[in-house]
Design a protein around this ligand. Structure first.
Ligand SMILES: Nc1nc2c(ncn2[C@@H]2O[C@H](COP(=O)(O)OP(=O)(O)OP(=O)(O)O)[C@@H](O)[C@H]2O)c(=O)[nH]1
Ligand SMILES: [Zn+2]
Length: 350
């Protein structure tokens, strides 16, 4: 059985409850999300809760990590999703203008990279930019350390890509780095694992849990089908630490906006302060401190190119979203225009 405190409940959330809600509704945290049925953990245990029709199209759609209020009956019905402290989101797969929240109320995002594949600094940069935009702290976890005899180069590459975010070395097989990892999660905090398939995320979760990962509590027969959906994300409570969210839906984060770029590339921003022109684009202008740093070997040219690419991507996303917002606005005005036309017509007739 869990306490709400172990699940990450605190004053930020309790302050959102009216006294009526506090006396009539139950508080729980979504530990697995799959469509209309949510597995919610209450102090008394896990139950499957229903998302009522009127909340289906509404924002926010409850996801793993959300704190929810439900009716006390069976099945519990979601009454309200509490305001999030943070949300990890990405562009919904294949759609340029739809934001998809992957996990809610996350404190730290653990960006996992298997050392058998090297550090992949460009991929780390892209993911870290998305993490910075989420409001959660980033950390890089280089795992499968048992497979590589010499970490030096990968570690240096990852540190350069991480721009000050902590870089941990770990192994789900040898157990190296697990204590430091649990320390990053910490009691009352929530971490989410992000990384490509096969990076070793689930192995780390199992090692942290000290057991093979399993859904807690009985699963009803009619729910079995849902367990095989590829978008199910699950929240686990670590013994003595906080919570971690793992799932196949969170592999690559596509950039949603430019909000995280400055933080993810704060070293470039610091260099740019030394450029002769304030609006220097670091594209061949005289007195460019960024180009100077690349020439002197203090800044990796690949890293600068990576920033450029991400800036272009973010600008494109934002432009597309501008188009989507304009379309939505048009639809919003349509009924009003119709009513106006009717009004004028009636007036002209009268
Ligand atoms: N030697 C070694 N192998 C590992 C380690 N971690 C994971 N592996 C292996 O790498 C493969 C992938 O590990 P998973 O933990 O399933 O990777 P994942 O990131 O959860 O993958 P998805 O669930 O597909 O996103 C498995 O064959 C693991 O046994 C490690 O620390 N050391
Ligand atoms: Zn410059």
């Amino acid at each position: 059985m869990s306490t709400l405190a172990a699940l990450g409940w605190g004053p930020y959330f309790s302050a959102q409850l009216s006294s009526e809600e506090a006396s009539t509704l139950l508080v729980g945290r979504v530990v697995a999300d799959r469509g209309r049925r949510l597995r919610v953990r209450f102090e008394a245990g896990d139950r499957l809760a229903i998302v009522p029709g009127h909340l289906l199209g509404a924002e926010p759609v409850p996801v793993a990590g959300d704190f929810v209020l439900t009716t006390p009956g069976e099945p519990p019905v979601i009454a309200r999703v509490l305001e999030r402290r943070s949300a990890l989101s990405r562009n919904a797969a294949g759609r340029a203008t739809v934001e998809q929240v992957l996990a809610a109320n996350v404190d730290v995002v653990l960006v996992v990279q298997g050392l058998d594949e090297g550090a992949h600094p460009r991929r780390l940069e892209r993911t870290l930019a998305a993490v910075h935009a989420s409001g959660a702290e980033p950390a890089v976890v280089l795992t499968k350390a048992d497979l590589v005899p010499d970490l030096g180069e990968a570690l240096a590459e990852a540190r350069a890509a991480a721009a000050g975010a902590p870089v941990l070395v770990a192994s789900g097989v040898s157990g190296e780095g697990l204590d430091a990892l649990a320390g990053l999660v910490g009691p009352g905090r929530t971490a989410v694992f992000v990384g490509p398939s096969g990076a070793g995320k689930s192995t780390l979760v199992n090692a942290l849990l000290g057991r093979a990962e399993q859904p807690v509590g009985a699963v009803r027969a009619r729910d079995v089908r849902g367990r095989h959906t590829t978008t199910a994300r699950r929240l686990f409570e670590l013994p003595g630490a906080g919570c971690v969210i793992d799932g196949p839906g969170i592999r690559e984060l596509r950039l949603w906006d430019a909000g995280g770029l400055a933080a993810a590339f704060d070293d470039v921003a610091a260099l740019a302060a030394g450029c002769r022109f304030r609006d220097c684009r670091h594209a061949g202008e005289p007195g460019c401190a960024v180009a100077g740093a690349v020439e002197a070997g203090r800044l990796d040219a690949g890293r600068l190119e990576s920033l450029r690419k991400l800036e272009r991507e973010a600008a494109l996303q934002e432009a597309r979203r501008g188009g989507a917002a304009a379309r939505a606005e048009k639809l919003r005005w349509r009924p009003i225009k119709k009513a106006q036309r009717r009004m004028y017509r009636d007036r002209d007739r009268g």
